[in-house]
Design a protein around this ligand. Structure first.
Ligand code: NIG
Ligand code: FE
Length: 412
């Protein structure tokens, strides 16, 4: 049976095609086509262009008129910690009274307080809550989502978090990419024995990988977490298993994690407020994506900006993500992150948009999405907006009206 062909017409397209990739719209900012059309066949895009140039023979099974809506690639949230129990509102209050994030962590709060709440939640509670969070993102046009473990910190609880992350994609049509983040914090059972914890976590990683639970490996490289040498031990095993790596790097201080991650051809280094000039060059050489997380920057009332101009100058691709987590970024709005990336980090709206589409796909090692181009997945979102910059301009409220994943409309 031939897959169904669907035509979307009466839409403004932001294709994010560019000179290097080619494709329709490559000559305009955002890959814009003011009066565009898209044809999908089954799960894939087969035609993108001006409505006036639609092939005359384009026989389609279904036709939709977008009524002037903006059609973009489905958004990609390339960094989240979606599976956890509890919240950290009390800690938020403490921080507003002047206690620092690092002090709270050193006193056993912070990540560890979420670890306690996550361990004591049941698997079905974790699944229900994480699914609700993923649903909120989906309603904003997110069609691909990365989810990290890192609030279990034991063999059983890390495995459970990854299982829950996988199960989200059984009830929602989203693509979920899972990332193992056992090196997020040192659990109290291993106090004073961080190297032993690293050894243990390597055994967990092998088992998780054998069960097909892991798509990538991450770590928190920071003075309150793990050193570059400790992370490198886990990354070496990831390499042996054929798993790509990414890193929470230079968020609170310059630990040199980025240079270490570059040695492992990291898909991405994330946060990067304290990234040095050498770190930028290491990322340029390794081709890693800089995943910028304005929600965490904002929530921690950070004042040190990531070195945006240097990253831009070096041609390091920049992605934007929610970093959704209960401590430093309790946001479920990638659209709001577009705005914050512009206002706080001074990205252009086009850079921010590329950061939640084409560069976010690259940060996850996915080559089949992130642009509107024939051959790519038919993951698209329709917005009540005339131009993509309108979404970077708005603060709050979702403009997403329809979501199509693998060619199928999702009931919102
Ligand atoms: O990405 N920096 C480390 N991990 C998270 C925060 C985790 C937490 O505070 O619960 C982040 O900001
Ligand atoms: Fe994070």
């Amino acid at each position: 049976m031939t897959p169904r062909r669907r035509l979307w017409r009466g839409v403004a397209l932001a294709t994010f095609a560019d000179a290097s990739s080619g494709g329709a719209g490559a000559d305009a900012p955002y890959g814009l086509i003011a009066q565009g059309a898209v044809i999908t066949e089954g799960a894939n895009i087969v035609w993108v262009g001006r409505e006036s140039e639609l092939p005359a023979h384009a026989a389609v099974d279904e036709e939709y008129d977008g009524g002037g809506a903006l059609l973009t690639p489905g958004l990609i949230d390339a960094h989240t910690h979606l599976v956890y129990g509890g919240d950290r509102a009390t800690e938020f209050e403490q921080r507003l009274q002047g206690v620092s994030y690092e002090d709270i962590a050193r006193a056993g709060g912070g990540i560890m307080s979420t670890v306690r709440a996550t361990r004591s939640a049941t698997e079905s509670q974790l699944l229900e809550q994480a699914t609700a969070r993923a649903t909120a993102l989906l309603h904003e046009g997110v069609t691909t989502l990365e989810i990290k473990s890192g609030y279990g910190l034991s063999a059983e609880h890390e495995r459970r978090s990854l299982t829950v992350a996988r199960r989200i994609a059984e009830t929602l049509p989203l693509t979920v990419r899972t990332t193992s983040l056992a090196l997020h914090a040192l659990p109290p059972e291993f106090a004073g024995r961080a190297d032993d914890y690293v050894t243990e976590s390597i055994a967990w990683l092998r088992a998780q990988h054998a069960e097909g639970l892991v798509d990538a490996v991450d770590a928190f490289c920071e003075r309150i977490a793990f050193s570059p040498a400790q992370v490198a031990r886990v990354f070496a095993v990831a390499r042996e298993l054929g798993l790509p790596v990414k890193l929470h790097a230079e968020q609170l201080s310059d630990s040199g994690g980025t240079q270490m991650a570059a040695e492992f051809a990291a898909l991405s280094c994330d946060h990067l407020e304290y990234l040095s000039a050498n770190g930028v060059q290491a990322m340029r050489r390794s081709g890693s994506v800089a995943v910028l997380l304005p929600g965490a920057y904002y929530m921690l009332r950070e004042t040190q900006l990531p070195p945006i101009a240097a990253l831009r100058e070096a041609g390091v691709p920049m992605a934007i993500a929610t970093d959704h987590n209960p401590g430093t970024s309790p946001t479920l709005s990638l659209q709001l992150m577009l705005n914050m990336a512009c206002t706080l980090f001074r990205l252009t709206p086009e850079e921010a948009w590329r950061g939640v589409t084409v560069h976010a796909a690259r940060a996850l090692g996915l080559h089949d999405r992130g642009r509107l181009m024939p051959g790519l997945r038919a993951d698209v979102a329709l917005f009540d907006a005339a131009h993509p910059r309108d979404l970077a301009y708005r603060i709050g409220g979702t403009a997403c009206r329809r979501v199509i994943i693998a060619g199928q409309e999702v009931a919102l």
